[in-house]
Structure formats: C-alpha cells, structure tokens
Design a protein around this ligand. Structure first.
Ligand SMILES: Nc1ncnc2c1ncn2[C@@H]1O[C@H](COP(=O)(O)OP(=O)(O)OP(=O)(O)O)[C@@H](O)[C@H]1O
Ligand SMILES: [Mg+2]
Length: 266
C-alpha cells in the first residue's frame, strides 16, 4: 500500500444555528493510503455524505483538519479550496449529471478544461479522454450526445470524467444508487479494476455493500462518528484494540474519536 494521501483529524461538521443546529459529523479522524479502495457505509442520516463533502472540499468543516497530499486544505480559503478540488479530486454522484448538450467525450474532458486544459483536436485532454472512454468500454459512444446513452453507460462516462485529472482521490456518493443490478455490478467492477490498474484511491459511499465484494477498507459511520470495520464485521475499538493481520494494519491508520479524546493523536 502506498503513502498517505489523506489525513482527516477531528473533522466535525454542524449545520444550522442554535436550536436547529445539527451535528452531522463528530470528530472523524483517519488516514487513507494511495491506491486504497475504501467503502463508507452506515444508516441513512448517519453522516456519510457529510463525511464525503468534507474530504471532497465541497464545504468546510466546523472544526478539524483535512490534509490531502500534505496540504492542509482547511488553510486554503474558499477559492484555494475550489482550485485544489478541481485539480486534485474526482467526483462521481448517484446521478451521472452529464451535460446533455455535450457529447460523452466533451463531458469527460470538462474537468480538465476547468482545470485549465484545452479542447483542441489532437490535444492531450482529448487523447486522455478517449483513452479513458476506451477503458470504460464507451469508445463507440464518444461522439454521442449525453442524453442518448443508457443509465449504466452514463455512469461509466461519469467515472471516466472523475478520473480525467488523475485525481488524488475519487469520491463517489452512492454511484450505484440509481442503477439496476447488472449496471451496478459493471460499474463496481470498473471502479475496482481502475483502482488496481492506476493505483487510484477511491472512497465510495454505498448502501449496496454486497455488490463490492472484497475491498481494502470499510469505514462505518454511525451517528456522525467513524468506525473501522474489522474482518469479522465487528467495529474496531481503535488503536490498542484487537491485533493481527490486515485488520490491525487498518486500525493502525484509523483513529476513532475515543482515541482522539484520549489524546493519542496529534
Ligand atoms: N445542508 C444541511 N443542512 C442541515 N442539515 C443537514 C444538511 N446536510 C445534512 N444534514 C443533516 O446531517 C445529518 C447527516 O446527513 P448526511 O446527508 O451526511 O447523511 P447520509 O449518511 O449521507 O444519509 P443518506 O444515506 O440518507 O444519504 C442528517 O441528520 C441530515 O439531516
Ligand atoms: Mg448521503
């Protein structure tokens, strides 16, 4: 497993003020290594999307730090955060959200253009996008308008779009939530193959854990707190808990709130 791409330290997020205040995330602390395929699971309303939004720099934590590739993003300010997000992170949502007036190829190139690339014929973004479309099995659809492809094809294009900037992390929020089982399985296979082939880090929120089979890590969110799931499906108690095998290696990189409260972590 590679170096650490993401460090979350005491990440807390509250929405609203006073009596309407909701604390959706309570002191999440964990590390993610390059190439890891991480599932985030938990009940509806537990804080999964909030967690993804924090590490995806879609909004700022109320307190705590999100450090990506050694950059403390909480110090960047909102425009710095947006620039970092556009260049360094890739997103896949439940709905592919392709722009229907553009072709599949243009949709895939879009994040590269936003990050400063050009659309020129024969240019690097176009070549990279075509290669990605080939790898997701959509080469034949490259010139098609985005509203002319199936839901599964649209989601494969969204994954290619999420990969175009070779991001540090691809963040996916319920990427199979809107697909039938056949399309879901193919989208999952594509993400897992991509993770291996490109040593690409994925953090995927899902209610369909069974589609994913073996993954490197499962993080469970429960009432705004994060837990590492061990091999036997039990929640890890944190550093100093059960030792042995991959589960111990995983717990070593995760620091649940309890460990933070004990002052174990920086
Ligand atoms: N923008 C917001 N303003 C106020 N409260 C919010 C906001 N976003 C989320 N919440 C609240 O924060 C809590 C966590 O929400 P979140 O969307 O992170 O849950 P989730 O685990 O992704 O749920 P689901 O599985 O249903 O998508 C919930 O109580 C939710 O109502
Ligand atoms: Mg959600």
């Amino acid at each position: 497993m590679g170096d650490i791409v993401l460090r979350a330290r005491g990440v807390t997020k509250s929405y609203g003020q006073d009596e309407t205040r909701v604390t959706a995330l309570r002191g999440a602390s964990f590390d993610i290594r390059r190439g890891e395929f991480v599932l985030v699971v938990g009940a509806s309303g537990s804080g999964k999307t909030t967690l993804l939004n924090m590490i995806g720099l879609l909004s700022s934590p109320t307190s705590g730090r999100v450090i990506i590739e050694g950059v403390d993003t909480t110090r960047l300010g909102s425009s710095g955060m947006a620039a970092f997000r556009n260049r360094r992170l890739g997103f896949v949502a439940q709905f592919a959200n392709l722009l229907v007036d553009l072709t599949i190829l243009e949709n895939v190139m879009l994040p590269r253009q936003i990050a400063g690339g050009s659309w020129a014929r024969g240019g690097r973004p176009r070549r990279d996008a075509l290669e990605l479309l080939r790898s997701v099995g959509l080469e034949a659809q490259a010139a098609q308008r985005a509203n002319k492809v199936s839901g599964g094809q649209a989601q494969r294009a969204a994954i290619a779009r999420g990969l175009i900037n070779r991001p540090s992390i691809v963040l996916a929020d319920e990427p199979t939530g809107n697909l039938d089982s056949v399309s879901s399985e193919s989208v999952v296979r594509l993400m897992k193959d991509t993770a291996k082939r490109l040593n690409q880090t994925f953090v995927v929120v899902t209610h369909d854990k069974e589609y994913f089979g073996e993954v490197d890590r499962v993080i469970t969110v429960s009432d705004g707190r994060v837990y590492e799931e061990e091999e036997d499906g039990q929640r890890a108690p944190g550093p100093g808990g059960r030792q042995g095998g991959a589960a111990a290696a995983a717990t070593a990189t995760v620091a649940p709130t309890t460990a933070r409260q004990r002052g174990v972590l920086p």
